[in-house]
Design a protein around this ligand. Structure first.
Ligand SMILES: [Zn+2]
Length: 294
């Protein structure tokens, strides 16, 4: 069964989430009405039995709490990670070539599979038609969310950081070192809870008429962000981007962004040159925070 639910009670924002059997079971088990709250409640049932938790969490220890062998196996594999049952025990295998922060996310994601499995397995399969594709997507989304919460990116924490520090690349950096998560994972969490029109753009350089310009490779917009980018959208020749690119460090500037003939936005741009992963290859690019001024 598929449906749409108001996901994010804690921050008041609605996010569409596809609802399948496993989700209904989880909502019932935890007596909550949103996936976020359900995951946090079920996670805390386990974690609250521990005397003190310090972030970044010791994932070996946490895995053992969820009934998984704490000796993770770092192996040659296509995927980022997988949960493997073997002779009555559970193991996590992780891609040995990934960066440490990415491996931590993969491990947290696999712990998520084990955590949601408990409720899923109690669902009588004959109750409704089983659709493996829907169930899979739903579980993957849920485990990503579980992973980000387990690593410490919880709504309350993110909202208080945004209140204290504001939205900026510096805030993302702060969160990455505080919780030992990747830049992109921290970005997703902050953008999700930002209540102003902001976005983080991952950009790569391209030569146009012998000039270095930048196109949007991917981006993470907050709900209020008014612009959308399709294909390889080339950004206007902002001074901020050139400065960050040539100066090899972060640049911050207020600039006008004109779209078509009508809309002109005043934007606070912050850009930083850093390596960007496009599928599995690493390229030199720019990460750009855009805050539209109102
Ligand atoms: Zn998964």
């Amino acid at each position: 069964m598929i449906g749409v639910i108001s996901l994010n009670q804690s921050s008041g924002r609605c996010v569409n989430f596809r609802i399948g059997n496993g989700t209904y079971q989880l909502l019932n088990d935890t007596n909550t009405s949103s996936i976020e709250d359900a995951l946090i409640v079920s996670m805390d049932r386990k974690l609250n039995t521990l005397s003190h938790l310090k972030y970044p969490l010791d994932l070996e220890f946490i895995a053992s709490i969820f009934g998984i062998d704490p000796n993770f196996r770092y192996v040659e594999m296509q995927q980022a990670g997988r949960l493997v049952p073997l002779e009555g025990k559970w193991y996590i295998e992780v891609n040995k070539h990934h960066q440490r922060v990415r491996q931590r996310f993969s491990i947290a994601h696999e712990i998520g599979h084990k955590a949601v499995m408990t409720s899923k397995h109690r669902i009588p399969k004959e109750r409704m038609a089983y659709n493996p594709t829907h169930e899979k997507d739903e579980e993957e989304e849920m485990c990503d969310l579980f992973a980000s919460f387990l690593l410490g990116l919880r709504p309350q924490h993110i909202i208080s950081i945004l209140d204290d520090r504001g939205f900026s690349l510096t805030t993302i950096d702060y969160l990455t070192s505080q919780l030992n998560v990747s830049f992109e994972t921290a970005t997703r969490a902050l953008v999700r809870h930002a209540e102003i029109p902001v976005a983080i753009l991952y950009c790569l350089p391209t030569l146009i008429a012998n000039t270095e310009r930048f196109y949007v490779q991917r981006y993470y917009p907050a709900a209020q962000f008014p612009l959308t980018f399709k294909g390889k959208s080339i950004l206007p020749p902002f001074n901020c981007l050139t400065r960050a690119w040539l100066g090899n460090k972060a640049a911050k500037m207020l600039e006008l962004w004109q779209i078509g003939r009508q809309d002109t936005y005043t934007c606070l741009l912050e850009a930083k040159r850093m390596p960007i992963y496009a599928s599995e290859t690493r390229e030199d690019g720019l990460v750009v925070a855009v805050i539209i001024q109102e």
